[in-house]
Write a protein that binds this ligand. Structure first.
Ligand code: NAD
Length: 398
């Protein structure tokens, strides 16, 4: 079979010769008892770069020794890109949300042999899920592989926004020492109201991680959490996103992108937020309206916006979020720490082993199976597509 794998570029200075840490901590299970990825074996050293082109998700030896062809590229956007050329006779396509290959309906319809799209990570919105359903292409992701990595990033971003770390760090880097400049936007989070839009694996972990800061915790989700969890965290459940944003000083967004959540944070919803609130969005860029966020930061309706997700990706060089005031954006990195890469590379290998051996892929990994939303797809997504406008990614110039 032919496997097409779209990965981000190697470091500009080439693959690292060594890494800061000699090895990774060993984890036994995810917090709910789910086992970590369990491939029969792996051909990479956990802790090394795997998500870039030369890292190949550690798959080449395994695939070639089993008679398969592996094509890896980062060239994924403009007309005539290598990924489009290779897609037409590929059986499986692997892509990461950090450098998403937007599997639009046109692309899906060009790929007559395509059987499965694997997301090396979590979040399969870069696939036109409706087109995948219509053409009976299975979509799977490595559920839980980087949920806790993202929750750590959320805590970092909440603290750095509210305390205004970015401004203070810049003052030092620029050789300055004006304390008043450094603290004129700096607060403690203690006592604030912090809410998550969605309390799935990431949202709930972010709430748990924020609890020791003595904040008031809130959530909104289409699925209510068990009473025991609400009690443990002293959580306030909201029936609607409007109700949550009205009372929260900090809102973190942790739902998948699908037609129900696309453009959720528009002018109207942002204007219902508490004046001067902060948003941390590590879910997907398109859940927030690009112009509405920039406008609210300028007017002071929002005091800060941080996250690592943009639309499209890579973000065009002139994307307004690069230059708006009081933002703490990073490129899409929270779920691709070296730690997370080891887990999702192993998860992709597990999925491929199951596929080749005709064994069932774990139910929680399924987004679409046999033309229907299945597994986590049925729990967390709605039918339709959120890939519209993704061709703008071709505007990014390296
Ligand atoms: P999850 O499936 O465990 O949780 C998703 C939650 O969203 C579920 O509880 C679901 O009920 C809720 N939800 C879905 N639609 C909703 C709606 N319309 N209104 C309210 N709640 C809704 O997934 P997770 O592991 O927590 O990941 C969530 C999302 O975070 C992913 O889909 C992905 O988009 C994003 N993510 C980002 C990164 C990153 O690197 N930045 C990494 C992993 C995941």
């Amino acid at each position: 079979m032919k496997i097409l794998c779209i990965l981000y570029d190697d470091p500009k200075s080439g693959m690292p010769k060594n890494y800061p840490l000699p090895n990774l901590p060993k984890l036994k299970k995810y917090p709910d008892g789910m086992t970590l990825p369990t491939p029969k074996s792996i051909d990479f050293n956990p802790g090394e770069l795997l998500g870039c082109v030369s890292g190949e998700l550690g798959l080449r030896k395994f695939l070639e020794s089993n008679g398969h062809q592996l094509v890896v590229t980062s060239d994924k956007d403009a007309d005539g890109c290598k990924a489009d050329k290779e897609l037409v006779d590929s059986d499986i396509v692997i892509s990461q949300p950090f450098w998403p290959y937007y599997l639009t309906r046109n692309r899906i319809e060009s790929a007559k042999k395509l059987k499965m799209a694997i997301t090396a990570g979590i979040g399969s919105d870069h696939v036109d899920l409706q087109a995948a359903m219509d053409h009976k292409i299975d979509v799977v992701e490595v559920t839980y592989c980087n949920s806790r990595s993202v929750a750590e990033h959320i805590v970092m971003m909440i603290l750095s926004l509210v305390r205004d770390y970015h401004n203070q760090h810049k003052i030092v880097k620029d050789g300055g020492w004006n304390i008043a400049d450094a603290v004129q936007r700096s607060y403690d989070v203690e006592g604030m109201h912090v809410g998550t839009v969605a309390a799935g694996r990431i949202g709930l972990d972010a709430l748990r991680k924020m609890k020791p800061f003595d904040v008031h915790l809130h959530y909104f989700d289409r699925h209510k959490l068990p009473d025991s969890v609400e009690k443990e965290l002293n959580l306030t459940f909201h029936e609607s996103v409007e109700s949550l944003v009205k009372v929260c000083d900090v809102v973190t967004i942790n739902c998948p992108l699908h037609p129900e959540t696309e453009n959720l944070f528009d002018d109207k919803l942002i204007n219902k937020m508490k004046k001067g609130a902060y948003i941390v969005n590590t879910a997907r860029g398109k859940i927030c309206n690009r112009e509405a966020i920039a406008k609210a930061l300028k007017s002071g309706q929002l005091s800060g916006y941080a996250g690592d997700v943009w639309f499209p990706q890579p973000a065009p060089n002139d994307h307004i979020w690069r230059s708006m005031p009081n933002h703490g954006m990073t490129p899409h990195t929270s779920g691709t720490s070296l730690t997370a890469q080891a887990r999702y590379a192993a998860g992709v290998r597990e999925i491929l082993e199951c596929f080749f051996e005709k064994k069932p892929i774990r139910d929680p990994y399924l987004i679409i199976k046999d033309g229907q939303l299945a597994g986590m797809g049925a729990h967390s997504y709605s039918k339709g597509s959120a890939t519209g406008g993704s061709e703008e990614a071709a505007k990014y110039k390296k």
